[in-house]
Write a protein that binds this ligand. Structure first.
Ligand code: PMV
Length: 322
């Protein structure tokens, strides 16, 4: 059968997903909002082949077995069932950004996999079906299927737990300046982290308040209100990390350089530079700004101690076949 290659951007969550109400189906405890990151991508080629005794996974030129392969085969199984085929697949994937460092590599990876594998199996899934399929590999991957600014709805069950675009990339010129303070692989991945979320006494409060934060963030994006946007993304990120730090065992993703950047960003904003921070399950800080200030923000971040690199990304489009 033919090989199909698809490409997807990672995304940065402004209202975070942390904790599931169903771990197997990856049904989140709360809705979330994100933006796709233009220029950063995972590109994945899938071909189902009669001669293969097992599924084969190659990431950045290296064959991957164990947990990584099991997760990919799980998505391939869902695709095989939908398509009514029982062939094994070769999956070749490449990233142009560091994996496992809080830049949502799994989001881009499973979005690209959902699209390439379903097409390679002869399926023509619509955006909602693709988002749902990607979600089964990694919750945040559901948000890397639609374009631009995206909201992943909690839904009532598997069928309506999908992500939709709330605004196209050209709606608002925002830039994410990702300050890399530690590009190494994180210790506790998000799959295990989601399970731990409910061991924190703060998680129930965080989840109960999610609709309020989603409304504020969605409105800030739709109205292009940067001040409201910066305040809510920092608040939401701090809330998620409070849950992480107070779970059992505790998860501390921040490093001292992470906190230094928080202080700097708040000082810059107080002095008139439109910036705000948010951090995923890693130490790197996503510093959001209006795109016209991106050069200045990048320059200032590079001058901070502990910042080894800065990745710069505007608003990205939908996952696509290439
Ligand atoms: O999709 P996962 O299981 O990698 O979880 C993502 C979790 C965060 O990145 C911390 C938050 C989010 O909403 O992307």
């Amino acid at each position: 059968m033919t090989s199909v290659t698809a490409q997807a951007n990672p995304n940065i969550a402004f209202i975070k997903y942390w904790g599931n109400r169903d771990n197997d189906l990856r049904l989140p405890s709360n809705g979330s909002i994100s933006m796709n990151l233009d220029g950063l991508f995972t590109r994945t080629a899938v071909s189902f082949q009669p001669s293969l005794p097992f599924d084969e996974l190659i990431i950045n030129g290296h064959e991957v077995a164990g947990k990584g392969l099991t997760r990919v085969s799980y998505i391939l199984d869902l695709v095989r069932t939908l398509a009514g085929i029982n062939l094994n697949a070769e999956v070749m994937s490449e990233n142009n950004f560091p994996a496992g460092a809080g830049i949502a590599s799994s989001a881009a990876a499973f979005a690209a996999l959902a699209l390439s594998a379903s097409k390679a199996a002869g399926l023509e899934l619509d955006e909602a079906q693709l988002s749902r399929l990607a979600r089964r590999g990694s919750g945040s991957a559901s948000r890397s299927i639609p374009s631009g600014f995206v909201e992943w709805k909690m839904g009532t069950g598997d069928d309506d737990c999908v992500a939709v675009s709330i605004a196209p990339p050209e709606h608002w010129a925002l830039t994410d300046c990702v300050a890399i303070v530690n590009a190494s692989h994180k210790k506790t991945g998000s799959t295990e982290g989601h399970v731990l979320a409910w061991t924190s006494p703060l998680q129930a409060a965080r989840v109960a308040d999610a609709t309020r934060r989603l409304d504020i963030c969605r409105n800030a994006i739709l109205n292009k209100d940067f001040e409201a946007f910066a305040n809510i993304i920092e608040h939401d990120s701090d809330m998620m990390h409070s849950v992480m730090m107070t779970s059992n065992p505790p998860l501390m993703y921040w490093q001292s350089a992470t906190v230094e950047i928080f202080y700097a960003v708040r000082q810059w904003r107080a002095s008139g530079l439109p910036v705000g921070y948010t951090v995923d399950a890693g130490a790197n800080v996503h510093v959001m700004c209006l795109s016209e200030y991106a050069k200045e923000v990048e320059k200032r971040l590079r001058e901070l101690p502990g910042v080894s690199n800065v990745l710069v990304a505007g608003v990205g489009g939908a996952a696509k076949v290439v």
